[in-house]
Design a protein around this ligand. Sequence first.
Ligand SMILES: [Zn+2]
Length: 415
Amino acid sequence: MISKNINIKLPFYDKNGQHCEGVVSTKKQADAIKKFIHNIDTGEYSTMELKCLCGNIDPKLDVLLAERDRYGIPFQNVLCTKCGLVRAKYTLDENSSAKFYQDLYRDIYSWGGFTEKENIEHLFREQIDRGKRFSRKLTEQIGSLDRITTVFEIGTGCGGNLIAFSELGKQVVGCDFNKGYLKYGAEKGLDLRYGDLSSLEIEDSSQDLIILSHVLEHFSNPVEELNSIIKKVSTNGYLIIEVPGILNLGHLYRNLLKYFQNAHTFNYSEKSLDVLFTKLNLEIIYSDERCLCILRKPKNWTPISSGTPIYSSDLKNHYLEVLEYLKEIYILENVATELYDEIQTSKNTIHENQTRMATLYRELDSLKKNLDLLRHDNVRIKKNKWYLFGKYSLKRKIAFLIKEISKKLQSKLNI
Ligand SMILES: [Zn+2]
């Protein structure tokens, strides 16, 4: 627990900072973000205060974590110290939310650098893999999918999650509000419909499996929404619900700011979902920290009233677990950046030093060569007879001179 030794000032991100690195890369996206902020400022979009699901209404029990989201949009996220749930302090009201999802959501939440068609294709491929994962996990948990005939997905996008179930011969239907995505999935042969459970008039207890993939975290009133969804599930039928688990965000995003998103209302952990689903009278068959949950609607299931506090003693001090985790992700992301910068600086210094060393070696080499030349000259000089003459004794000098003179005479006389 490194975070215990490092003092971190909260909120992690104030409202004046930039968006998260790498999440805004096209003009269309930047324009949509500006439009969103403009719509909030001018009152085109109305916001409402969001109360915690545990029933806490005391603002002193909330810890402010962030004042902006990954897109740099002013947006408060708070942690409830009573139950450990992280939620948006304010969110769009029902009408504004519907407008936002139709007008700006997909433009803001898109993968930068791709065309709209490429974005849809990318999502579809991702969904196909996710659908396979869902069907594998469900089979692993319940043995066989034989008793499942009807599969319904809410917020289906382009319907890729349904492919695995369709290939198993199930009767699959998906619904969403994004016409472009629905059209793409329909062209792939899927039965996708515009709208939601209420507008589509799905019969109660008619679906053997309902899928909510990365949808629940967008609900402002999850208890009410889930109540009406569970009604549509057949007795002993199943729900697959997946959200981006807050205690898994390190694997998912590797960055804390990236996790905070204006479209998310409540940010769940496995523990908070377990309490929510238990309160909703569902049987939990499987859950993990990735926040993939498989649930069964039991016989004699009854809905709970939407004001029921979602709380149990299991959640006492859960906020500490969440806060420690968030701090660690924050530290890792910042320390990692600092370390990276330090490594880069060291690399540059090493490179500069290597270049300097190479120059010094060259200079040394040339000095050595010069020294060798000097030594050679010295030896040559020392071997010179007149150099040696200076060092002879007088007696030797006379003998040497006689010898030299006689040599000269002999050569003159040609003897
Ligand atoms: Zn709470």
